[in-house]
Design a protein. Structure first.
Lengths: 672, 574
């Protein structure tokens, strides 16, 4: 958690949010939220009634307080939205500072010219030297460089970027630490990655997601129902010869319409994006985050996602007649100057087994891996220590007239059958044994897959390995299915096949050859370290370049919907108690028979209406933390999830207001 | 109390095989009834110029449904307006006024059978025996056809294997479904029930009114005219087709329409038989028996609670006797032959099923009973009218699926198809519609007392107006009575409620199902919502209750609840 976005807001930020919420108190800015729009109109009406009473000299205390409580209701709703927006703003500020006043060295024919970065257009070629800021997003077409991307990712360790590889893209605003590159500008000004991110975190370009729109329509329909209910009550009452108090009716209306969810709905959406951002994932739209919650199939590359990038030594198997110590000694010697991760892992494993690595002898000469011998090792005077694939070492042994131990082939086979890569170790005098190299599964991966499975998400591992190796890793990591010997284009075919079965598919990719699959997938998470093409094709970018991040995104998407659903249910269930508080109050005096409905035994009609209204207003700020954090997602079946949420937000929503209104009523009656 | 159990169990026991039979006739597969009915149906298709093999999309299916209703409606109006010029009128009955003719035509066209006329006195034999009976057979089959089409749509239509995503789906042929519903379902059933009723003594004749001597020689009239006619046939379809318009004004409380305890049991079972069978049929058509059981559980729980409350209510003394030495059940407006329990059972079933026939006056039910009958109509999905009841139920299911789907963290989907903004917009209009129609019409009517023709002031007056519009909107047709309802205002305003309450709640779900049918289907997995689970069933019941509670509590407080509380206060004072 490196970002300011995840930190609690300071006091000044809350003050700013409170002011922003005030600025949002206009018909124009609330037009997109039908529920709160009605409350705002109600507030205006009660304000006018208060004014009229004030002028005519009548008592106006009740009307004034009602107006104030209504005003607070609207303000609380706006406050929720402002707080959610403020959380993203911290990062936006640091991004903006990275964007300003960049200079670019544009290559124009054989000349170079300096200009302001905003003058660059898509397709321009730019030269960047060490120590300079990269002026725009683009693809390196020439050169190698290390880049500090901390302005964007928050990660200060330098990353390597190189032309013609899968790590060829750079982001504008980041700093070139070493090297010299020529860069092809990828965007016109104003459309850069940085611009998009700033827009997203500021919420300026926020559009309602499909599900949010659907829910808004439902809430509008319910609001209309309650409007009709309250308006038609007037003639029915006057048929009984009762004139109803308009202020009380407005109070009834505001209590009935789903203000809780209506007020928190925008905040829930923004908070969802923020949570993705807090995980260092930039979604290009809120829709992508929402869709992530619906994902049926996750397509995961084995390497880097499920296992660490490189194979590591996991066992030493000595042949008969050779001590383990001798094998360890030879294995370590052969790896002493081996720069590959595999070689380093051999030494690591030996040290774990208590072997003390000797200093490299002075006369040692490194025998690097060559296509001719296909073995690598070390030459110590006359002696040699090598390791390599079984067939290569067999050939080497033949050249050195060594006998091939009878059990060596068996050891080699047993390692291969378990999905490992066997390396045979030999000296100039004998063949000693086998080192098993295997994939090492990342910690906690299996647990995450289990959680996803409980939520109904299927995981498919894609690997270039042979089926035997693939099946071993698949079983160990707990994925549901795997594709072995996969070529890059197989991913696209697999996504299409899964989609043909009606499934929504998510995948992770970084290479240019992943781009078609990233575009085809319903959720395509591109690695920030990947190519520009991959980043353009995906609908999310992971700044940490951690493929396992996809799992977090799925969780954020699900949380988003659960929070909306639970708060809608809560809001509707609340209405029952509010009816029982307000209806008797509305008819009190005029129709005494109806007083029997007031089984909460509230103090007076005025205190009953006030208690319901105040509860209605206070529940919004009370639920802001929940809206921002999202309802906790636990790995249980859909049915259990529904049962839990119905119990807490349905039944709880039914009962809580009875108690709360009663308590508020007691407070009010003692205060007044 | 035992008779209530027997009637309910018999109804369920008969509905199960009947539902299976209905699945068979609508599935399009070969059926054992083919040899008998195929030749007749072919003749009918030829006569009306329909190609029975032609599949229809939701657009053409909906258009055929609306068009056939328009044609029938115009015919019905003309027949009623000019019945005095037409044959089969032995009693020389005159024409209906334009507004009464319009109301009557629309009322029967919408399978409501709300009567602002008095049956035997104002309609000729042609009008009653031909027009009304025809509509009573055809209109339930029309709604059933739409229901069947919606069920097909929920599984992707008949061409789901060949059609691409987004391509319009074949929901069946409207005319075939309609003809089969009448010919293979309602006519055979009605024949059986009519024979059973004739056996119990219900008249079955084409003669004119019988002139009989009054039993009491001291009575001011020496001779009495007793109208008879093909009563058994009409009563049987009145009950079976969730119609409710009786041959006689007092409906099934009249001894000629419902003479014996056995006939009462038969008629009560006939009230709920087909609506219950639709629940079983739905499971068959969706190839998900468990969906039937879930629906049965949701409807059953609500039905039993309503019956129990109504029976309890009617076993209490009439409020007018409060404080008096007399105890005993509320017998006002009830036949002594049936007593409070069987009247309450009928009253609950007839309002739940949008039937509307009565064997007691609902106006005279104690307030809780009145509230239960009204709630049954407002929900309109506890069994509900043939076809339309189950369609309403599906609408509630869609709404519950939307809420539950969110709560499990997926875009809500049913049978793998997502419920998105377009569907929610249409569902939203269905949520607003009952309040818009019932409450606004009630408000207008009570706001202008000159229009109401109300016999009761105060709570009961509001109650009557509210009931009348609820009954019209729910296409129920039962009356609270006590209203002078044959006036242009009542006739026209009820026509509005009737039309809105019939066509939008059938057409809009057809649109939703038709559109959803063409959507991409996601496979069911561990993370999908399970409809057939106790949790969802309880959620669904809660959604049904809360939506109606929130929409109609204030109106109920101004009506029956206020009345009950007022009566309670009075009895305490006494």
């Amino acid at each position: 958690m490196k970002h300011k976005t995840t930190q609690a807001l300071g006091q000044s930020a809350y003050q700013q949010a409170a002011l922003d919420a005030l600025a949002k108190l206009s018909f124009k800015s609330m037009a997109g939220n039908p529920v709160m729009f009605v409350v705002l109109i109600g507030t205006l009406c009660t304000a006018l009634i208060t004014l009229q009473k004030l002028i005519s000299g009548a008592a106006f205390g009740f009307e004034l307080i009602t107006t104030l409580v209504l005003l607070f209701t609207v303000w609380f709703a706006n406050f929720a939205e402002s707080v959610a927006e403020a959380r993203g703003r911290g990062q936006a500020a640091s991004l903006k500072s990275a964007r300003k006043s960049l200079q670019a060295r544009r290559i124009n024919g054989d000349k170079e010219e300096m200009l302001v970065a905003t003058g660059l257009a898509k397709g321009d070629r730019v030269k960047v030297l060490a120590g300079e800021y990269i002026p725009a997003d683009g693809e390196i077409i020439q050169g190698v460089a290390t880049v500090n991307e901390s302005a964007v990712t928050g990660e200060s360790a330098a990353v390597l970027r190189e032309a013609g590889t899968d790590h060829s893209s750079v982001i504008g605003g980041t700093k070139l630490l070493s090297g010299e590159i020529v860069l092809l500008v990828a965007n016109d000004p104003g459309h850069s990655f940085l611009d998009k991110m700033i827009g997203l975190v500021e919420g300026a370009k926020r559009q309602k997601t499909p599900n949010e729109t659907a829910l808004t329509v439902l809430l509008a329909a319910l609001t209309l129902v309650f409007l009709l209910v309250v308006v038609t009550l007037v003639p029915m009452a006057s048929f009984k010869g009762v004139a109803l108090n308009i202020t009380m009716l407005i109070a009834l209306l505001v209590c009935l319409i789903p203000t809780t969810i209506g007020g928190l709905l925008p905040a829930i959406g923004i908070a969802g994006m923020n949570r993705a951002l807090a995980a260092n994932v930039v979604a290009k739209s809120g829709k992508a985050v929402e869709v992530a919650g619906d994902i049926d199939t996750l397509l995961l590359d084995k390497t880097g996602t499920i296992t660490f990038g490189d194979r590591q030594a996991t066992a030493f198997l000595n042949v008969q007649g050779v001590s383990e110590q001798a094998l360890l000694n030879a294995a370590v010697l052969s790896s002493l100057q081996d720069p590959t991760p595999e070689g380093k892992s051999v030494i690591q494993l030996a040290e774990q087994k208590g072997f003390i690595t000797p200093a490299t002898p002075k006369d040692a000469e490194f025998l690097p891996f060559s296509p001719k011998t296909r073995v690598s090792g070390i030459k110590l005077g006359a002696g040699q220590c090598i390791k390599g694939a079984s067939d290569a070492v067999k050939a080497w042994a033949g050249q050195h007239q060594l006998t091939w131990p009878h059990d060596a082939d068996g050891l080699v086979r047993s390692v291969a059958q378990k999905g490992g890569t066997p390396l045979v170790v030999a000296t100039e005098t004998q063949v000693l044994g086998v080192i098993a190299l295997s994939d090492v599964i990342k910690p906690r991966v299996a647990a995450r897959f289990a959680k996803l499975r409980a939520l109904g998400v299927r995981t498919v591992m894609v690997t270039g390995d042979n089926p035997v190796t693939a099946s071993v890793i698949a079983a160990e990591a707990g994925v549901d299915d795997f594709i072995a010997e996969a070529k890059p284009e197989d991913k696209l075919a697999l996504i299409r096949e899964e989609q043909g079965k009606g499934r929504l598919v998510a995948m992770v990719g970084d290479g240019t050859n992943d781009a078609p699959a990233l575009a085809q997938a319903d959720v395509g998470l591109a690695m920030n370290s990947g190519t520009q093409a991959a980043k353009e094709a995906g609908n999310m970018v992971d700044l940490d370049s951690d493929p396992a991040k996809l799992l977090s995104v799925v969780e954020v998407g699900k949380q988003l919907l659960i929070t909306r659903g639970a708060l809608t249910t809560f809001s509707l269930a609340n209405d029952v108690a509010k009816y029982f508080a307000i209806l008797p109050a509305v008819f009190a005096g005029a129709l005494p028979a109806i007083a029997a409905l007031d089984f909460m035994q509230l103090h007076s009609p005025v205190s009953a209406v006030m208690s319901a209204l105040i509860f209605n207003a206070l529940i919004i700020p009370a639920l802001i933390p929940l809206a921002l954090k999202g309802i906790k997602l636990r790995p249980i079946s859909a049915e259990k999830l529904l049962r839990n949420n119905m119990l807490v937000y349905g039944l709880g929503g039914l009962l809580l207001p009875f108690a709360a209104i009663k308590v508020l009523d007691l407070l009010i009656s003692t205060l007044v | 109390m035992l008779d209530i159990f027997i009637i309910c169990l018999l109804a369920l026991g008969l509905a199960w095989p009947l539902g299976h039979y209905m699945t068979g006739i609508f599935s399009g597969q070969r059926h054992f009834t083919d040899t008998l009915f195929n030749p007749v149906e072919r003749l009918i298709y030829k006569a009306i110029g329909v190609n029975p093999n032609l599949g229809m999309t939701w657009k053409s299916y909906g258009a055929a449904f609306l068009l056939s209703n328009l044609v029938l409606g115009i015919l019905a109006f003309l027949l009623l307006k000019f019945q005095h010029l037409l044959p089969m009128n032995p009693d020389g009955i005159g024409p209906l006024s334009w507004d009464l003719a319009l109301h009557t035509a629309v009322s029967f066209l919408t399978n409501t059978n709300q009567q602002h006329y008095s049956g035997q006195a104002q309609l000729s034999y042609l009008s009653q025996g031909f027009l009304i009976v025809t509509l009573q057979f055809v209109t339930p089959a029309m709604a059933l056809a739409v229901c069947v089409a919606i069920l097909r749509g929920m599984l992707g239509g008949r061409n789901k294997r060949s059609a691409a995503e987004g391509e319009a789906r074949d929901l069946g042929n409207y005319y075939v479904d309609l003809v089969r519903g009448v010919l293979r379902l309602l006519i055979p059933l009605a024949t059986i029930v009519a024979l059973l009723l004739s056996w119990q003594g219900v008249p079955s004749s084409f003669e004119g009114a019988q002139k009989v001597q009054t039993l009491d020689p001291a009575a001011p009239i020496a001779q009495q005219q007793v109208p008879i006619g093909p009563v058994a046939a009409m009563v049987s379809i009145k009950q079976l087709g969730t119609n409710g318009g009786g041959w006689y004004g007092p409906n099934s409380s009249n001894p000629l329409e419902n003479p014996t305890p056995v006939s009462n049991a038969i008629e009560t079972i006939a009230l709920v038989l087909v609506p219950m069978a639709v629940v079983f049929m739905a499971g068959g058509m969706l190839r998900r028996k468990s969906f039937s059981w879930m629906s049965l559980a949701a409807m059953g729980v609500l039905s039993v609670v309503f019956i129990a409350a109504t029976v309890y209510s009617e076993l209490q003394p009439n409020a007018a006797f409060a404080g008096q030495a007399m105890h005993g059940p509320n017998m006002e407006g009830k036949e002594v032959r049936f007593g409070p329990e069987l009247s309450a059972l009928w009253g609950t079933f007839t309002t739940q099923t949008s039937n509307g026939s009565v064997n007691a006056m609902h106006d005279s039910f104690n307030p809780i009973g009145g509230l239960m009958t009204r709630s049954g109509m407002l929900i309109s999905a506890i069994w509900g009218g043939i076809g339309c009841g189950f369609v309403n139920f599906i609408v509630y299911v869609w709404i519950a699926v939307f809420l539950s789907g969110l709560m499990i963290g997926r875009t809500p989907e049913i049978f793998g198809r997502k419920i998105e903004t377009r569907e929610i917009t249409l569902l939203g209009s269905l949520i607003v519609l009952p309040t818009l129609c019932v409450l606004v019409l009630t408000a207008i009517t009570v706001a202008i007392p000159a229009l109401t023709g109300n016999s009761n002031p105060g709570f009961h007056g509001i109650s009557q107006v509210f009931y009348e519009y609820t009954s019209a909107f729910a296409n129920n047709g039962s009356g609270f009575e006590g209203l002078g309802d044959n006036t242009p205002w009542w006739n026209v305003s009820c026509v509005i409620a009737l039309l809105l309450g019939r066509y939008l709640p059938l057409f809009i779900p057809l649109v939703i199902a038709g559109r959803m049918a063409a959507k991409r289907v996601s496979p069911v997995g561990n993370g999908s919502l399970k409809l057939e689970s106790p949790t969802f069933c309880i959620t669904l019941v809660a959604v049904i209750l809360i939506l109606n509670f929130l929409s109609f509590l204030p109106a109920a407080v101004m009506g029956p609840i206020g009345e009950a509380l007022e009566l309670a206060t009075i009895s305490v004072e006494q």
